[in-house]
Write a protein that binds this ligand. Sequence first.
Ligand code: ATP
Length: 512
Amino acid sequence: MASEDIFKNLVSHSKEYGFIFPSSEIYDGLGAVYDYGQNGVELKNNIKKYWWDSMVLLHENVVGLDSAIFMHPTIWKASGHVDAFNDPLIDNKDSKKRYRADVLIEDHMAKFDDKIAKEVEKAKKRFGADFDEVLYMNTNPRIQEYKSQKEAIHQRYAKALNDGDLAELKKMIEDLEIVCPISGTRNWTEVRQFNLMFSTEMGSTSEGSMKVYLRPETAQGIFVNFLNIQKTGRMKIPFGIAQIGKAFRNEIVARQFIFRMREFEQMEMQFFVRPGEEMEWFKRWKAFRMKWHQSLGFPASKYRFHDHDKLAHYANAATDIEFEMPFGFKEVEGIHSRTDFDLSSHEKFSGKKMQYFDPELNKSYIPYVIETSIGVDRMFLSVLAGSYCEEALEGGGSRVVLKIPAFLAPVKLAVLPLVKKDGLPEIARRIMDDLKFEFGCQYDEKDSIGKRYRRQDAIGTPYCITVDHQSAEDGTVTVRERDTMHQERIPIEKIGRLVENKIGYKKLLQSL
Ligand code: ATP
């Protein structure tokens, strides 16, 4: 099935099974804002917990924080967001649709990758078992031509971005003959900068209200609390502060479901190090974060690093961890070496010292910072995309199954009495009562057992147990495993241990 079709199916599956709903749906929705339903909130919480435990529990020198969304407006001046948190915007005069100029060019460049992939696919079929992909990629003239065309565009694009040259971006869109996907025309406006921060008023008018921003990242809450935590926690450099919270960006183009939202959630960690040691820590965190992603068990080929063409005003090194979504490789996490930019700037704007006294060096300095910043919603989408399978079943029929890593699954165990009589619901209820405080359990007695299995597959429940007449006689139940659909009988008292073994992630954490 084409990947656009899989993506469409995934979006409707998310809604049908209570993972994600468009916000304000009865009022026709609100652009790029979504709500998480009964299964979505569980999966989201589990992702957040795994991240938190792997950052805060695993690292003795990383502690947590929960700072407010509203902050003093000068913070956003100091951070550079008021002046520079912009995206280049362009409108098509015929369709009146708005686009990000950089995204139009990046999408155009991605088409060369598609063309190369198609050539390779064709050659694979033609040459069969003898096909040497690496050799073909390096020698086929058509592929070489695509690669060099893409590289030429890439170099021009990187220069335009780094120079902040909006006219050149417009010229590139014209030269590359990029058309509006809606109107099909090349009738473009000039490229303009657009600030992504939402603002509102704080305080009543009588006392004079103040313009405040909805934070576009959680990181600044960490920077302004750096000394509070360092002092009260007696933290010694190197140490980190982790935070999970909402962030808001007035994105120009809201597309691709929960990939680009206007209200979203971030999991960020700022790691404070000695000046001069930042590149070493950048490398370490880069490796650690990739390991964390790959610990989920999806194929390693679905992940890659992407180094930035244009470094943000605060960074001296930056890379993204990308995941292969149904619409291509996309950023899920950014790892940035932010130098001492933020703390120095807050020192300047607030007039308060933001320095750390290093007892080993016997001197004070402003620490350098490595940031790991991951979007909860993008992570959620990567888990859904990596897990979603449409499978044909032996003997006909099909099923949709979410092969979610068991410890992230919204429901861990479904308890299903075969029939609604003969005392079977009572046994099932007793099992529920015994286990429901240990992990998420769901009781279901409606419809045939086959339909109930399908419902649990569709939300990714790792185990279903069926209580039947034999259970009443010998205290055993049938347990069915989600991915293999393998069934076996086990004693009721062994259910808890079986599920715990499958969903525990202590070993995963230890392996990171
Ligand atoms: P992009 O280039 O896709 O706009 P970004 O580079 O601006 O993303 P960062 O500022 O590095 O993103 O933010 C860190 C993380 O926050 C991203 O890796 C992503 O997972 C998440 N994120 C950023 N913007 C959004 C958004 N609009 N919707 C959902 N998640 C987002």
